[in-house]
Design a protein around this ligand. Structure first.
Ligand code: 13P
Ligand code: SF4
Length: 317
């Protein structure tokens, strides 16, 4: 099928099945353009919790679709490619994390939403990059905290909040490739550009950034800033919305390197980019791959997500 036929068929299936398409900013431009809602991890979970649709078509990665299922268990949740995982999720198998957690019986667990449903059942409060600072700050200062699974986000939170959370050793394979050395060369070439970075990036990058924030935060910053040029240290998909919102501004993807060699495609998340318009069409048509989770997992994981949504709402996030 040609792209315009796929788009028409997807629109038709959306009405026929009372489906809603939720897409993360890291999806390809064609998928973002057909979505009913485009957002960051927090926005997508808030949307999934309140949708009236019968079927949620989740154009993102599996942990996001699982979060949608946990929040709307009575709805069918489908994902274009079931192999769309996440390196952070893979870094923290529930059994290993459980053993780690047992070493700190008094600690409270805050987990970044980029983790499996099983890990969420071992978590007290989930967070996303939008609300992480507020969530950490909502915990009394003398309470010991384990933060999982992203050590870079955890280190950033420790710095911003002055806490000393115990960090699980996980990282995002995309954000950890942004190179402070190569970015400095870019800044030298584009002296008027502002460096903006997602907090999953390493400290050497974050400490040079003019702004650090979630994908929604980064997008808003580029819209509201009077500056005209930006070096963006996050997954490439977000540039579609940045360029759409500010056609007169210039956006550069921050340089990446792996094993000391500059990398041309490391800023593309290999998991996010598994989804295609064609797979989106087939998953709507066949209603598969579907996210199925045990009832007990949904019940236990939901508490940690509900706590996050309550704290976010209290702070107007
Ligand atoms: P946010 O959507 O919270 O900005 O997180 C980015 C991300 O890495 C999702 O996988
Ligand atoms: Fe996971 Fe990183 Fe891809 Fe986000 S960009 S889904 S954190 S691997």
């Amino acid at each position: 099928m040609k792209e315009n036929e796929l788009v028409e068929e997807i629109q038709r299936l959306k009405k026929e099945k009372n489906a809603v398409i939720l897409a993360h900013y890291y999806q390809t431009a064609d998928i973002q353009d057909i979505a009913d809602y485009i957002g960051d991890s927090l926005g997508l979970s808030q949307e999934a919790a309140k949708t009236e649709a019968d079927m949620i078509v989740f154009a993102g990665v599996r942990f996001m679709a699982e979060t949608a299922k946990i929040l709307s268990p009575q709805k069918k949740v489908v994902l274009p490619d079931i192999h769309a995982g996440c390196s952070l999720e893979q870094s923290a198998p529930a059994d290993k994390f459980k053993a780690f957690k047992e070493q700190y019986p008094d600690a409270l667990v805050i987990s970044y939403v980029n983790c499996s449903a099983e890990l969420k059942t071992l978590t007290d409060i989930v967070c996303t990059s939008t609300n992480a600072v507020k969530i950490v700050e909502s915990i009394p200062k003398d309470q010991q905290i384990i933060f999982a699974p992203d050590k870079n986000l955890g280190a950033y939170l420790n710095k911003v909040t002055g806490r000393n959370m115990i960090l699980w050793d996980g990282a995002c394979i995309v954000h950890e490739t942004f190179s402070a050395r190569l970015i400095q060369e870019m800044i030298d070439q584009h002296p008027n550009a502002k460096l903006i970075a997602h907090p999953e990036s390493v400290n050497a990058v974050l400490e040079h950034a003019d702004y650090v924030g979630s994908t929604t935060g980064l997008l808003k910053y580029t819209i509201n800033s009077p500056e005209k040029e930006f070096i963006v240290a996050t997954e490439t998909g977000i540039l579609h919305q940045m360029q759409k919102a500010s056609p007169d501004k210039i956006f550069h993807v921050a340089a990446t390197e792996r094993n000391g060699t500059q990398c041309t495609s490391c800023a593309d998340c290999p998991y996010m980019k598994l989804n295609t318009l064609e797979k989106l069409y087939w998953c709507m048509k066949d209603e598969t791959p579907e996210i199925i989770l045990p009832e007990e997992t949904i019940r236990a994981a939901r508490q940690s997500i509900d706590r996050m949504l309550e704290i976010s709402a209290r702070h107007g996030l």
